[in-house]
Design a protein around this ligand. Structure first.
Ligand code: NBP
Length: 482
């Protein structure tokens, strides 16, 4: 019997995806560079399954049904290129290579194009949900060669997470690197969600002086509101978790955040495309700041920094904090979808934003009830430019605004760093301001660099230069840009 799909890479993600595929009745051929891991896998987790081992790429290819589907679950980067180079000569026209790693999407663009010349289809797919997702239902975001999708769809949609209504959290995202792009934005949003939660935690702990039991209870309560999500749920669990000595384990963990780069890629992309992705970018910088532990310790002593206690009714503050978190989260997703729209337009991907929200609805780290509402918003209006304009989300923003301002102002007064909560509010204030002070900025640019400006009393597209000092020239600049 030949295999339905081959999977290369028997680390945590590969093994669990293979077992998931096997559970759904697919015959999987498994290969790993270090072939002893094939034996260990077959004798261990894959014992008594239909999983077949392959000890070389030739054997793997030989054991697959045509069109062959070979999925790479290996370290992203040059390892993927090396496997593609070895696999391509062994494959026939119409065969499919799938990269399920955390690849930077320009690499996927490049691989789709170069394999197309050889007649081989390529899919780059985001897979989210970590070990447990891979085993029992991840969110899967495939993009690449559209001709390959019909052959891969039954496998991916079978193994993916499902919504409560039974819909698979997996659908075709778009051409070329669209799948990996959407996965990158997913990870960026994950950075933002996590940072927002940590800001609320610090406000509760250092501002309001809540105990860990009270904080655990608060997050549990929040999980029964519009904030219902995997990350809020695990935060409650973490805050209640005790170390061996009975004290909260979370307080023994060093306060320096790690990162693997997908948040940074999202921020870089936003800068490249000119999209004000302020919240996710702040969340990446917050991790960078956290990493400066020794400098922070020294600076706290040098500046005599202390967080002021927040006085007043605790329940009122907690409710205001919940509203600030919810409103900030709406801004984060609104910015993420703005970025996807710009990238989609730029690359001709024709992303379906309702489908993207559906794919994130289950299986992945940012899964939440909230994503169901985002899906409804884009289903109702696929052209929605700003998620916050959708009636449901606008209603929440309107209702939360006063409490959100109160929390943001208090955080600044008390010295509690809340970069994402406050920058989200600043974004909304900017986005809803018809006239910003950029007129003065344009005047400055024209003053020192003759960069010209447009006038409110003339049609757009007409450019003017003023000789501001009387000593400058009348020649406008076309090359010098600041
Ligand atoms: P790793 O990212 O740790 O990669 C391990 C696999 O890569 C093993 O099969 C290893 O083979 C192979 N490999 C390496 Br490392 N260097 C190689 C080389 N020079 N030549 C050939 N093979 C090489 O595995 P993972 O954590 O399962 O993740 C797989 C992919 O999925 C990654 O892109 C990751 O970013 C992504 N992802 C991971 C998670 C997660 O929660 N872990 C979640 C979502 C996505 P060996 O056994 O011979 O060393």
């Amino acid at each position: 019997m030949k295999g339905d799909i081959g999977v290369i890479g028997l680390a945590v993600m590969g093994q669990n995806l293979i077992l998931n595929m096997n559970d759904h009745g697919f015959t999987v051929v498994a290969h790993n560079r270090t072939t002893s891991k094939v034996d260990e896998f077959l004798a261990g987790p894959a014992k008594d399954t239909n999983i077949i081992g392959a000890y070389s790429l030739e054997e793997l290819v030989e054991k697959l049904e045509k069109p062959r589907k070979v999925m790479l679950m290996v370290r992203a980067g040059s390892v993927v290129d090396a496997f593609i180079d070895q696999l391509a000569p062994l494959l026939d026209e119409g065969d499919i290579i799938i990269d399920g790693g955390n690849t930077n999407y320009p690499d996927t663009n490049r691989r789709v194009a170069s394999l197309k010349e050889k007649g081989i289809h390529f899919i780059g797919t985001g897979v989210s949900g970590g070990e447990e997702g891979a085993r029992f239902g991840p969110s899967i975001m495939p993009g690449g060669s559209p001709q390959a999708w019909p052959a891969v769809k039954p496998i991916f949609q079978a193994i993916s997470a499902k919504t409560d209504a039974g819909e698979p959290c997996c659908d075709w995202v778009g051409n070329d690197g669209a799948g990996h792009f959407v996965k990158m934005v997913h990870n960026g949003i994950e950075y933002g969600d996590m940072q927002l939660i940590t800001e609320a935690y610090q406000f509760m702990k250092d501002g309001l002086g809540l105990s860990h039991e009270e904080m655990q209870q608060t997050f549990s309560d929040w999980n029964k509101t519009e904030l219902n999500s995997y990350l809020i749920e695990i935060t409650a669990d973490i805050l209640g978790y005790k170390d061996e000595d009975g004290s909260p384990l979370v307080e023994k963990i060093l306060d320096t955040a790690g990162q693997k780069g997908t948040g940074k890629w999202t921020g870089i992309n936003a800068l490249d495309l000119g999209i004000p992705l302020t919240l996710i970018s702040e969340s990446v910088f917050a991790r960078c700041l956290s990493a400066l532990k020794e400098q922070r310790v020294a600076a706290e002593a040098q500046f005599g920094k202390a967080i002021e206690k927040v006085s007043g009714d605790k329940q009122e503050w907690l409710d205001a904090l919940r509203q600030a978190l919810l409103a900030s989260k709406i801004i984060s997703y609104a910015q993420g979808f703005m970025l996807m729209r710009e990238a989609s337009d730029e690359n001709g991907w024709e992303l379906n934003y309702g489908n993207v929200a559906l794919m994130w609805r289950g299986g992945c780290i940012i899964r939440s009830a909230f994503l169901g509402n985002i899906r409804d918003a884009y289903d109702a209006n696929p052209e929605l430019a700003f998620l916050g304009s959708d009636p449901y989300f606008k209603g929440i923003l309107d209702n939360c605004l006063a409490a959100w301002r109160k929390v943001a102002a208090k955080s600044l007064e008390a010295g509690i760093p809340m970069p994402c909560t406050t920058s989200a509010l600043t974004f909304l204030d900017g986005y809803t301001t018809a006239r910003l002070p950029a007129n003065l900025l344009q005047a400055q640019r024209d003053y020192f660099g003759a960069h010209t400006y447009e006038r409110v009393d003339r049609p757009r597209g007409e450019f003017f230069h003023t000789n501001w000092t009387g000593t400058g020239g009348d020649t406008a600049s076309t090359t010098y840009d600041v």
